[in-house]
Ligand binder design. Structure first.
Ligand code: NAD
Length: 339
């Protein structure tokens, strides 16, 4: 998916703290750019830059499709997150501050809400702060809630009812999002099948929810109503799509399609693929309510639940125009960006 060139790319280097960071502002057309800070031991700067460019562009589409008045941005810090100290977070906060609010940061892979609290001491342009500081805390439970909202919309589309009771739902990865999702779906009466690379995590979720545990290499391919990839990207490939035995794929993992062509391959097999960037927007929708002033969990929940209606309209548009839901979600985002 492409949405044009980037507005600003800022490279920050601070010798004293060892900070090596790249902030990519893809678009501020709909509002300040927002996206998390990924902290990862990239092998070189080109790989880090490529990731920042790609992820920030994805954030533009995600925010636009979710109806947020925000643009897309992303930052990457090169290095080992376990070695980061207060000086590095201070230097990073000053770097974010230089962009004067055109980029707002948050947590992502390798960073935490506590790290964001440190960054916040040096710039106001941060959200996703700890609840102890009046923020929204860990976004994962709200991301899970958004996934369920997308599932009920998909269920209505496929089976004429949003009721998930009795539906077989297989979850790949029961970490922060997948675990919370399993608990929500168990309350809905779904029959769960779970797998995790950490067997103990899967067993613990199974104890709480009555789920059946299967091996990580089986979970995508069991006979199910819905499969929810909540672990890794690129799980839907020309090797895996032909082996799926489900009616819908609705999960939180980012970049589930190994190639854009897989969206067509899934449609050709009559499998509803709910676009990941729409399904997993609950986290960003939640944290951005902090930008309106004090975090209001009731208002945040209402907005996250709105993913249901967005999904309904994307599926309707896909049917109407004879395109995949992925193409319909991108068209929805583009129509906002081009307006
Ligand atoms: P997490 O690290 O807490 O959980 C991921 C889980 O997947 C872990 O328990 C891990 O052991 C398991 N796993 C890894 N490889 C696996 C495999 N091959 N088979 C089965 N299980 C495997 O991460 P998370 O925060 O729950 O995020 C899950 C996915 O959702 C990621 O792709 C993330 O980018 C995406 N996402 C998360 C959020 C959020 O709010 N946390 C928001 C948007 C998107």
């Amino acid at each position: 998916m492409t949405a044009g060139g980037h507005e600003v790319v800022l490279h920050g280097h601070d010798a004293a703290s060892g900070l090596e960071a790249i902030i990519a502002v893809h678009s501020t057309k709909l509002g300040p750019s927002l996206g998390g800070t990924r902290f990862f031991p990239y092998p070189d700067e080109v790989t880090a830059l490529t990731d920042a460019l790609r992820l920030s562009e994805g954030m533009t589409l995600k925010a636009a499709a979710a109806g947020l008045d925000l643009g897309g941005g992303k930052a990457v810090i090169i290095g080992d997150p376990s070695l980061a100290g207060p000086e590095l977070w201070a230097a990073y906060g000053r770097l974010v501050d230089r962009l004067g609010g055109s980029y707002i940061t948050a947590e992502d892979v390798g960073t935490s809400v506590e790290n964001m609290a440190e960054v916040h001491r040096h710039t106001q342009w941060v959200c996703g702060l700890p609840t102890s500081e009046g923020g929204s805390g860990d976004p994962s439970p709200m991301t899970a809630r958004g996934v369920r909202a997308a599932m009920t919309a998909s269920a209505e589309h496929l089976w004429g009812t949003s009721d998930l009771a009795g539906r077989v739902i297989a979850i790949q990865g029961v970490g922060k999002v997948g675990g919370a999702l399993a608990r929500l779906l168990a309350d809905d009466g779904a029959k769960l099948v779970v797998a995790d690379a950490r067997r103990k995590a899967a067993e613990s979720v199974a104890t709480d929810t009555g789920a059946t545990v299967v091996a990580p290499d089986e979970v995508l391919f069991i006979e199910a109503d819905i499969v929810a990839p909540c672990a890794l990207g690129a799980v839907l490939s020309d090797e895996t799509v032909p082996r799926l035995r489900c009616q819908a794929v609705v999960g939180s993992a980012n970049n589930q399609l190994a190639h854009e062509a897989e969206a067509e391959a899934l449609a050709a097999r009559d499998i509803l693929y709910a676009p990941d960037f729409l399904v997993n927007a609950g986290g960003i929708v939640n944290i951005t309510t902090e930008l309106d002033g004090a975090y209001d969990p009731v208002e945040a929940t209402r907005r996250v639940d709105g993913i249901h209606d967005t999904m309904v309209s994307v599926l309707a548009r896909a049917d109407r125009d004879g395109i995949t839901p992925e193409a319909a979600a991108i068209a929805l985002a583009r129509s906002r960006l081009d307006a």
